[in-house]
Design a protein around this ligand. Structure first.
Ligand SMILES: NC(=O)c1ccc[n+]([C@@H]2O[C@H](COP(=O)([O-])OP(=O)(O)OC[C@H]3O[C@@H](n4cnc5c(N)ncnc54)[C@H](O)[C@@H]3O)[C@@H](O)[C@H]2O)c1
Length: 304
């Protein structure tokens, strides 16, 4: 009985401390961790958010392994980095992240050609934007493979090295659609909700199965970005966000090793709001905001 009371007290003290710390963090951010000389792998580096993050990591002296299925996209990223940061160390890898064997061999190549990986940024993703019955079977399969299954393959390739050194940082690009679902995104939201579960289950495993506390995790949840993945949305009070602004905010959050990064910041309230509102209240909120992805507003994914 005494043990139970002590455990309960300990739990309450920890929760109180967590609240105090969270309150303090509203005013004082954790300091940035330098990445100079660190090996950083970014998937989906050939475009959009991945490219913008690569530019920022290069400027801070990280040694970059850029993974993309698109040869031309990755080359373009390298050219942009070279023009902004001529002495940057960049290594390009043409990798389809859904190809398990290629992921394994590419991870080994990164380790032997560059060194131990400090940070893995799982960012490659696709969005088809059709309603459930309009989606092709292959669209559904490919979205789940690229957005979700590939994260298992890269984690299984890079996690052992991080466990060995009990250090490293796993960054995963989820989405606002990873906690709040909407029309034309059944496959996409399924993949992003999956990423959420994977990331949180991994956090629990790192503590309770592997007993490693040195590996950091960051889950990125952006709202719509003007990367070209979606051309346009219509919604009351919600606009397409500039990728440049998002990348600045997200990069800063990664360096500060934040656990969750919502962009724009106001969207950090979305999960709480979802839990607080009764189901019909949530539907009323969606009707009020009237977020719509117009048909034909999505670039069908295509590759070199
Ligand atoms: N654009 C948005 O509105 C938005 C919002 C929230 C989250 N996200 C997420 O952000 C991430 C980046 O998206 P983005 O908007 O920069 O899109 P993007 O299309 O500009 O970039 C995605 C990159 O992933 C690469 N890629 C696709 N399939 C691949 C594969 N099999 N193997 C390796 N690389 C592959 C593409 O070639 C491309 O370079 C994605 O995970 C996306 O789901 C985007």
């Amino acid at each position: 009985m005494l043990r139970e009371i002590v455990a309960l007290l300990y739990f309450l003290i920890r929760v109180t401390f967590a609240y105090l710390k969270a309150f303090y963090r509203l005013f004082v951010s954790p300091s940035k961790v330098p990445v100079r000389g660190r090996v950083v792998v970014i998937t989906g580096s050939g475009s959009g958010l991945g490219r913008e993050l690569a530019l920022r990591f290069a400027a801070k002296g990280a040694r970059l392994a850029l993974w993309d299925i698109s040869v031309s996209g990755n080359k373009k990223t390298a050219e942009l980095i070279q023009s902004e940061t001529p002495d940057a160390e960049i290594h390009l890898y043409t990798v389809d992240v859904t190809d398990i064997e290629l992921v394994k061999t590419s991870a080994l190549r990164v380790r032997s050609e560059i060194g131990d990986v400090h940070m893995l940024i799982n960012n490659a993703g696709v969005l088809v934007g059709e309603s459930l019955l309009e989606l092709r079977n292959d669209d559904i399969r490919r979205t789940i493979e690229i957005n979700l299954l590939s994260v298992f393959w890269t984690l299984r390739a890079f996690l052992p090295g991080m466990l060995e050194s009990n250090s490293g940082h796993i960054v995963t690009t989820c989405s606002a659609g990873g906690q709040n679902a909407m029309h034309r995104l059944t496959d996409y939201c399924a993949s992003k909700f999956g990423i959420f579960g994977l990331d949180e289950a991994l956090e629990s495993e790192l503590r309770d199965v592997y007993h490693k506390t040195g590996i950091k995790q960051t889950l990125i949840c952006p709202h719509f970005l003007d990367t070209g993945m979606i051309h346009s949305i219509s919604a009351r009070g919600i606009a397409m966000n500039k990728t440049d602004d998002a990348a600045d905010y997200i990069f800063d959050g990664i360096l500060r090793q934040k656990r969750y990064i919502y962009f724009p910041r106001i969207f950090s309230l979305a999960p709480t709001l979802k839990e607080l509102l009764p189901h019909e209240g949530r539907l009323a909120l969606l009707d009020f905001i009237q977020t719509k992805i117009p048909s034909q507003s999505v670039n069908r994914p295509h590759y070199d």
